[in-house]
Design a protein around this ligand. Structure first.
Ligand SMILES: NC(=O)c1ccc[n+]([C@@H]2O[C@H](COP(=O)([O-])OP(=O)(O)OC[C@H]3O[C@@H](n4cnc5c(N)ncnc54)[C@H](OP(=O)(O)O)[C@@H]3O)[C@@H](O)[C@H]2O)c1
Length: 258
């Protein structure tokens, strides 16, 4: 797809990949709209990049998605691309009885239900455009579970499955459906995993480089984009699934054992 003159909505654009996408897509000549839950962070971005449009919106809240849809489509009727990027990853011991049954599914609300609802809400609008795209950000952890973050892994595997179905169902429309299978990267999402036994920070990719690869993939119509070691993870997860699970079970192994 041509990444110029589009109007692009990015969920979670205040840090990490979302912020990289926003800056780079703006520089390519697109109108960029970002969301986030924290007004202070949104205001800060607006100060440094005044061309970016910001909306405070929590992707885990259905009412806020509907409100976002109304505001964005009335102010930006040319909106033709949605990047479902907002996400959270938590280190969770399933032995921890202090986590209540509402809180245990929080990542599902943000990382899986959020994108599904965003697509449901924005799909008729995107269908009305001559050319449109949806990009869902999954993870290498969609390919192999990461036991220290058990709910996160389930959300990304679920989002990957949903994205494949969405692509098939939209095959006769003007909407291209992309998946960014991102490998581990140096963003705030990973801060809580740094210095953890068995977690190799050297394997984390620079977010700027990762998003450059994602943008090239979009421009070349690669529907599944595997930056850095993500392609190797895909191959290894197919040939040696048990070995790969063993490797990804190393970080936090003691904590997880109860
Ligand atoms: N970094 C990695 O290693 C890695 C690897 C694979 C995939 N990913 C995926 O890449 C995406 C971006 O992650 P990142 O690494 O860039 O993380 P990040 O730096 O922590 O950024 C997450 C962004 O999402 C926003 N956000 C979180 N919860 C939200 C909610 N409920 N509603 C709206 N916005 C929300 C955050 O803003 P507020 O907190 O202000 O709302 C922030 O802007 C995520 O889907 C993540 O799972 C990351």
């Amino acid at each position: 797809m041509e990444l110029k003159n589009n109007t692009i909505l990015i969920t979670g654009g205040t840090s990490g990949f979302g912020h990289e996408f926003a800056t780079k897509l703006l520089n390519l000549g697109n109108i960029v709209i970002i969301t986030g839950r924290d007004q202070t962070k949104l205001d800060l971005i607006k100060k440094t990049l005044p061309q970016i449009h910001t909306f405070k919106s929590d992707v885990s809240d259905a009412e806020q998605i509907t409100q976002l849809y109304q505001q964005v489509t009335s102010q930006f009727p040319d909106l033709n691309m949605l990047i479902n990027n907002a996400g959270e990853m938590r280190k969770i011991s399933l032995h921890d009885s202090s986590i209540d049954i509402n809180d245990i599914t929080r990542e599902i609300d943000i990382n899986l239900i959020g994108p599904i609802r965003m697509v449901q809400q924005f799909l008729p609008h995107l269908k009305s455009k001559p050319s449109a795209a949806i990009l869902n950000v999954t993870s290498g952890i969609a390919l192999i579970p990461f036991p220290i973050a058990p709910i996160y892994g389930a959300t990304k595997a679920g989002l990957r499955s949903y994205t494949k179905s969405l692509r098939i169902q939209l095959k006769n429309t003007n909407i291209k459906v992309f998946e960014l299978v991102a490998p581990g990267s140096k963003t705030p999402l990973n801060d809580k995993f740094n210095n953890m036994d068995g977690f190799d920070e050297k394997l984390l990719m620079e977010p700027g480089k990762l998003i450059d690869t994602a943008i090239k993939g979009l421009q070349n119509d690669k529907l599944e984009i595997y930056p850095g070691i993500a392609r190797l993870l895909l191959i290894m997860s197919r040939i040696f699934p048990a070995f790969m699970l063993k490797q990804l079970s190393k970080p936090g192994a003691k904590e997880m054992a109860g």
